[in-house]
Design a protein around this ligand. Structure first.
Ligand code: NAP
Length: 243
């Protein structure tokens, strides 16, 4: 299993859970090598093979190199978790600039598609593969649309939902299932990037279950979609405490 952005947060929890289920894992990160190394140590403690791979998912050459590295080390890939993403400081649309919007779409959307392309080239029965699973990490922001916070980030996650549905249908007959999880507000570092940290308690009050989610609670659903959901494809599963 390759988990993009697997060094921290939801991706890290997914890597460790998947290792616990017996998956060999490749943990992608972009700059925080130390965190990725800690995750692969935790994975190896389950007796599986684990690899940390630096790559910027928005960079085509990096993505190609990352999959070639997995070919060399593991020989094949059964599951891709498209988890890496960025957010940006809270801003109204009338204050946005093009560089910010492009970077969000480059990482969250172009990165998702590039990794999916490389996975399909290896998994699809049309390409001589044995099938596989792709899980995209979307966001409840795709539904709520984040007015006054980051409509642009929300739009990248709307795109992830659309990619999930279209790709699921495109490759269903080639042995590949494609699903998504749509986390609500989860306790990770990502809220530092947006400046939401101070507003998390307030946000928790809007969640029917009355609390934020944990990375492991999302990871459990991702690993279920990978390992158990044999007749599910094109599904988008909300993991948001009822919101
Ligand atoms: P996080 O704690 O900020 O971790 C993000 C991970 O993505 C890090 O490992 C980071 O690498 C990696 N990353 C960032 N840009 C990258 C790039 N260009 N190439 C490769 N890796 C990159 O985030 P998180 O909260 O766990 O979020 C994970 C996913 O859940 C994202 O898709 C996010 O949109 C989604 N989500 C999160 C929440 C939430 O409340 N936390 C809610 C809804 C959806 P480094 O460690 O090297 O920096």
């Amino acid at each position: 299993m390759l988990i993009t952005g697997g060094g921290r947060g939801i991706g890290a929890a997914t890597a460790v859970r998947a290792a616990g289920r017996g998956y060999d894992v490749a943990v992608n990160y972009v700059s925080d090598r130390a965190s990725a190394e800690r995750v692969i140590s935790a994975c190896r403690a389950w007796g599986v093979r684990a690899l940390a791979i630096q790559a910027d998912v928005s960079d085509e050459a990096d993505v190609t190199r990352m999959f070639e590295h997995i070919d060399t080390e593991f020989g094949s890939i059964d599951c891709l978790v498209n988890n890496a993403a960025i957010v940006a400081p809270m801003s109204r649309v009338d204050s946005l600039d093009a560089d910010r919007v492009r970077r969000l779409f480059d990482v969250n959307v172009v990165g998702t598609l590039l990794c999916a392309r490389e996975a399909i080239r290896r998994m699809s029965t049309q390409h001589g593969g044995r099938g596989g699973v792709i899980i995209n990490v979307s966001s409840a922001a795709a539904r709520h649309a984040s007015p006054g916070e980051y409509v642009d980030y929300a739009a990248t996650k709307g795109a992830v939902d659309t990619i999930t549905v279209g790709l699921a249908k495109e490759v269903a007959a080639e042995g590949i299932r494609v699903n998504a999880v749509r986390p609500g507000i989860i306790e990770t570092d990502i809220h530092r990037e947006s400046g939401m940290v101070d507003r998390l308690e307030q946000a928790a009050a809007t969640i029917p279950m009355g609390r934020l989610g944990t990375p492991d609670e999302v990871a459990g659903v991702i690993v279920f979609l990978a390992a158990e959901a044999h007749y599910m494809t094109g599904a988008i599963v909300d993991v948001g405490g009822g919101r």
